[in-house]
Structures are given as C-alpha cells and as structure tokens.
Design a binder for this molecule. Structure first.
Ligand code: COA
Length: 323
C-alpha cells in the first residue's frame, strides 16, 4: 500500500510584516534581505492565531480539498517546533478542533524537516495497512521563538501552517531517504531550559532561535543534493524524470545552488519564501498547497520533496501526484 496525497490546505496569519518594517526594528535593509535570502514579507501571528489555530484551519482546508469528513481520518501527525503548549499535543488539539474523533494523534519534532518526517512516518503506517487515511500537518508560530533584536535571524522566519491528507491505495510510487547528524546540532538551536535571565529581567537569549548561518548554509547546499541523488538511486529514476523539486523554503540562494548542482532548471523549483519567509515545518506543505490550488500540478507528476534543518536533519521523498 502507498499513501497518496488527496488534499492539501494551508493557513497563514493575516498580519504581514515587510522588510521595511524589520529595517525599523534592527539595522538592515529591504535590499540586503532580498538579495541574501529572497524574503520580502512574512506573516506574523496575532491574538487568537496560535499554532493550533493555524494548524486546524489548514487541516480543515485540506480535508475539504480531499472531499473527506474529519471522522474518516485515522492518524494525525503534527510537526512543529513552536507548539502553544507542551501538552496536550498539537495533534490532539487539532483533532478536537476539527472533530477527527477516530484519529490517533501525536506530534513530531524534526524542525524544518518535520513535514518530510511526518510524511514518511504516515507512509510507514499506511504501507503496513495499520491506517487507511492520515492527516499530516506542519504548523509554526516562529515569531514566538524569534529574537527580534538579532538581525542575523529575525529577517528569515515567519508563521503559518500547511496540511496534506493521505489515503492508502494499492499501487503508486513512494521512496524516501532521511538522515540525522546530532553531532552538528549546535549550529541551529533554541532551548526551553532556564527561560528567564534573572539578572537582566528578560528572556535568556538562548531561548530564542540561534544560528550559525554560514554553517547551516554549507550544510544545506551539500546535503540536499546528496540526499536527492541517494533517493533517485533508490527509486531507480533519473533526475530528468522529476517534474518538481519542493525544497524547504529557507533561502532562495540555497535553492538556486541545489538546482545548479543537480543540473536542473530553476523553473522546476517553485519558490514562495518571498511571501512567507522560512516557516520551518510549514514551508513545504504551504508550497504544496499553493501549487495544488494554482493548478500547477498534473496527475502523474513526479515530485521530490526535500527538507533540512535543526538536528541536524535532512532528507528527500519521492511522491507521484495523483489528485
Ligand atoms: N542586514 C544587514 N546586514 C547583515 C544582516 C542583516 N539582516 N545580517 C548579517 N549582516 C551582515 C553581517 O554582520 C556581516 O557583516 P560584516 O561582513 O561586516 O561582518 C555581513 O552582513 C555578512 O554576514 P554573513 O552572516 O556572512 O551573511 P551571509 O551571506 O552568510 O547571510 C544568512 C546570512 C543568515 C542570510 C545566510 O547565512 C543563510 O541564509 N544561512 C542559512 C540560514 C538558514 O537557512 N537557516 C534555516 C535553516 S532551516
């Protein structure tokens, strides 16, 4: 059995911060941010727009797109590094909000690779015949974990959620490759220990996302093409047979570098980070939903999804668009 994507959905906060707004908060410029990252705007959660709120809306949109009722969902996996609470899980809260009363629910943390790991985990359950339908969600309110005084990170991130519904079918294409490198975890961190710096009466800096940008950049441009090559070999396919490469939307320069290394046209690499910034686990499902709703995906298209991020973790999965 293979899990096929039969619906997608997304939801982003209403409020939009453009680069100019950030230039009023830290020493930076619209020109620098666009040139170095490809980001022009990001959506920022306010008030009731929590991680669970965005995730639940995205999930409902995905179910509607799939033409399915919430009761039909048997598994919900929510990938997030910015849950509103430690417990209950984001997935259980989504279940409650959408009325997916028959689902087994849990969260998964693989940072920006979270949606990819959720897809692979759901596929493992579906291929074994344990469940027939799964809802996988990537949802983040990274604005809560962002140090808005640190120009090296605050320009990159945004909030949002994306979801996909998978249904088990007899035949189809799916292959996956994943890797983790805990030894290098120090280059991208955010701790929940000792939140308050009592001496300065402020949140301790390490409770916000901290990053060695150059090291993360080097990691991404070397490991993503490697994972894609490994995946193609595993699936016994040629890179030319792939119609779309959906990469985690972290930096446009990373995506351009991967396209070049794979000797593929950049046109095969859809990009939407200009509008949303890096939304971590939500970036790939938001992109998938944007493409689905724009009619940019044809039945039978071969799609490689590739994520990378904290852990360090990275990987690539191959799916066939069957919607
Ligand atoms: N605005 C203006 N200048 C900035 C700046 C900002 N927001 N952030 C850094 N700079 C400055 C630096 O201070 C440095 O100045 P200096 O040369 O006088 O010391 C200069 O710009 C270059 O900084 P550097 O850190 O070398 O820039 P970079 O080209 O590596 O770009 C990132 C920085 C963060 C955009 C880039 O490293 C990156 O995107 N890395 C990957 C991050 C990522 O994808 N993370 C998530 C993974 S899931």
């Amino acid at each position: 059995m293979i899990g096929k994507v039969c619906g997608t959905g997304s939801c982003v906060p209403a409020e939009v911060w453009d680069n100019q707004r950030l230039a009023e908060m830290v020493e930076t410029s619209d020109e620098w941010i666009r040139e170095r990252t490809g980001v022009a705007r990001r959506h920022i959660a306010r008030g009731e727009e929590t991680t669970v709120y965005l995730a639940s809306k995205a999930s409902m949109n995905a179910l509607e797109n799939a033409g399915m009722k919430p009761e039909e969902v048997e598994l919900i996996i929510a990938a997030t590094i910015s849950p509103d609470q430690i417990m209950p899980s984001t997935a259980c809260e989504i279940q409650k909000n959408i009325g997916a009363v028959n689902a087994t629910c849990f969260d998964l943390n693989a940072a920006c690779t979270g949606f990819l790991f959720a897809l692979n985990t759901a596929q493992a359950y579906l291929s074994q015949g344990i469940y027939k339908t799964a809802l996988i969600v990537g949802a983040e309110t990274l604005s809560n974990l962002t140090n808005w005084k640190d120009r090296s990170t605050c320009i990159l991130f945004g909030d949002g959620a994306g979801a996909a519904v998978l249904k088990a079918e007899e035949t189809g294409i799916f292959a996956q490759v994943t890797h983790s490198d805990g030894e290098k975890g120090g280059v991208l961190t955010c701790t929940s220990r000792n939140r308050i710096d009592y001496e300065n009466h402020a949140a301790a800096p390490e409770t916000y996302m901290q990053m060695d940008g150059k090291e993360v950049f080097k990691f991404a441009v070397s490991k993503v093409p490697e994972a894609i090559d490994e995946l193609l070999e595993k699936a016994q396919m040629d890179v030319q047979q792939i119609d779309h490469f959906l990469l985690h939307q972290a930096n446009e320069r990373i995506i351009r570098s991967v396209a070049k290394r794979l000797k593929q046209s950049i046109d095969k690499f859809p990009i939407n980070m200009e509008e949303y910034g890096n939304t971590s686990s939500a970036s790939i499902p938001i992109l998938l939903d944007n493409l689905n709703r724009a009619g940019a995906l044809e039945k039978g298209d071969k799609i490689i999804i590739s994520g990378f991020g904290a852990g360090l973790s990275y990987g690539a999965s191959l799916i066939e668009w069957q919607k």
